[in-house]
Write a protein that binds this ligand. Structure first.
Ligand SMILES: [Zn+2]
Length: 528
């Protein structure tokens, strides 16, 4: 039996009063209560008892997030669209953009974000009273997903009138899962204006599919049976023309265009028209072919979402919405928290790029905050302060892992097989492919208990090899304790995957609770 003190009793009464107040004041839409991190500091004992910080997680909340996610992933088919979408969402939520190439030495406490390459983003909120010893609580995720990328020279010879396009797989695509699908085109253009300045323009053909990779009918016998060569047998068809007279005649301006001769002129015109610019003003592009079909709820009771690009738009979406939800209140003067979301490119190809998790964007943000005048008024060397920050911080590496597939139950490890609509799953691996350690596991269990979240475990069987994510890369680069976890899904790396329809909301709720309660929870783990 634990000892009960007067303080504990007082804390219990305060908690009950706050809980009553929440019941009375919260409306139908999900909002955070007035119990922000700084207030939690002041009523520290309140936080020691079970205390949901956001209390109205009802069916409406989960339905709304599921719908929002389906729209988000449909409207933002490429990584450039996703980063642009998050930029707008953050600005609407009161976050200020800090360009990476400019000095941050004068930043004040507040809400900020920065981007790199238009394909990675870090958003953070830092309080006036934050000190290195308080560390930071971060969620890192990746926003790249499996796709196909136009080759630097994508034009190909027609085959008896069929117009073809040269594309390359990004992270192991172009297998037969990509065949007979409606493929749209989109991405970013680098456009030069009349003054010679280059800027980014986004394009997206949705809802129009411009390409198909046709399968060969089984009637042709052996040639219809794979495996297939992805260079020669997975070439998308983008049109058909009867003869030379159908070929477009280039204008003089088009002949001078940087991309003229490298890509089909019809495609150059199609894309230029979509972006409302001249063909000649496009200096370069990053274009992809992707599944253009919108995600949908499914199952007899809409238990599921069937959607493209789940790995990993879903954890990124939940993490960013969690940060925004958790920091809705205006920052009070005594706020001592530092919370971060880092969304990276290139996880699917190893993260070793400047926009990837091994490119150091999170570390750069932390170092620049620590070195800024407000947080380093004496302008002393920051190396020791940084070590203090990292030693007191926690990172959640959020990436999808695997739901139990009922047709292949035998390949899953018993008691380590997540199911839908239950809660995020912690990724575990005794051989270091995930960063979760036993203290991290105890920490997230304590956090989930406090926030009334359910957790699941995922670990691979001894006779299979574990996947990985950004966790080991970030934790080894910074020394920060990192826990790998994420929303579980079916059909990882397929062009179309399944998640539980409640899991988007469960993930967002989990991350919201993390940002609000990670510090007080981690304080229970002294020097471990
Ligand atoms: Zn992933």
């Amino acid at each position: 039996m634990p000892n009960t003190t007067i303080e504990d009793i007082a804390a219990g009464i305060t908690a009950a009063l706050i809980s009553k107040l929440q019941e009375q004041t919260l409306g139908a839409t999900p909002v955070t209560t007035n119990v922000t991190a700084d207030k939690v500091d002041k009523v520290d004992k309140v936080d020691k008892v079970e205390q949901p910080v956001v209390s109205n997680y009802d069916d409406k909340y989960f339905d709304k997030l599921a719908e929002k996610y389906i729209d988000f992933t449909y409207n933002n088919p490429t990584i450039y669209h996703v980063v642009d979408h998050f930029k707008h969402q953050l600005k609407d939520a009161g976050f200020e953009y800090l360009p990476e190439p400019e000095s941050w030495s004068d930043i004040k406490p507040g809400k900020y974000f920065t981007t790199r390459n238009g394909s990675s983003l870090v958003a953070f909120v830092v309080g006036k009273n934050w000190k290195p010893v308080k560390g930071f609580g971060a969620v890192g995720s990746h926003i790249d997903s499996l796709t196909t990328i136009l080759k630097p020279v994508s034009k190909k010879d027609n085959v008896d009138g069929y117009e073809l396009l040269g594309i390359a797989p990004y992270a192991g695509t172009l297998g037969n899962l990509w065949w007979d699908r409606d493929l749209g085109i989109g991405g970013r253009l680098l456009v030069k204006d009349s003054k010679g300045k280059v800027s980014q323009h986004l394009v997206d053909s949705t809802p129009h599919p411009i390409a198909h990779i046709p399968t060969l009918a089984p009637h042709f016998g052996d040639p219809a049976v794979g495996p297939f060569n992805t260079e020669t047998k997975a070439v998308p068809v983008i049109g058909f023309s009867q003869g030379k007279e159908d070929d477009p005649v280039p204008t003089e301006a088009e002949k001078r265009a940087p991309l003229y001769g490298k890509h089909p002129l019809k495609l150059l015109r199609y894309i230029a028209k979509k972006a409302n610019v001249g063909v000649e003003s496009i200096s370069q592009w990053d274009l992809q072919l992707f599944d253009v079909q919108k995600g949908t709820k499914g199952g007899l009771n809409n238990e599921f979402i069937f959607a493209p690009r789940v790995d990993d738009r879903v954890c990124s979406f939940a993490a960013l919405n969690g940060l925004i939800d958790a920091t809705k209140e205006e920052l009070k003067d005594d706020n001592s928290s530092f919370t971060i979301v880092a969304l990276y490119d290139n996880e699917e190809i190893g993260s070793l790029t400047r926009a990837g998790a091994r490119g150091g964007l999170l570390e750069s943000v932390v170092e620049r905050v620590v070195a800024s005048k407000h947080y380093n008024p004496d302008e002393v060397a920051t190396q020791d302060k940084l070590r203090l920050v990292y030693a007191n911080s926690i990172i959640l590496s959020a990436d999808v892992n695997h739901l139990l597939n009922p047709n292949f139950k035998e390949v899953y490890l018993e008691n380590h097989s997540p199911v839908p609509n239950k809660g995020v799953a912690i990724a575990l691996d005794p051989n270091g492919h995930f960063a979760t350690d036993s203290i991290g596991l105890a920490f997230v269990e304590a956090l989930a208990h406090r926030n009334k979240d359910e957790l699941q475990y995922f670990q691979i069987r001894n006779d299979a090899r574990s996947g990985g994510s950004i966790g080991p890369a970030i934790s080894s680069a910074t020394g920060v304790r990192t826990i790998d976890l994420g929303i579980p899904q079916l059909s990882m790396h397929s062009i179309r995957a399944t998640v539980g329809s409640k899991d988007i909301g469960l993930g967002t709720k989990f991350f919201t609770g993390f940002f609000q309660n990670w510090r007080s929870t981690y304080d229970e783990f002294v020097d471990l």
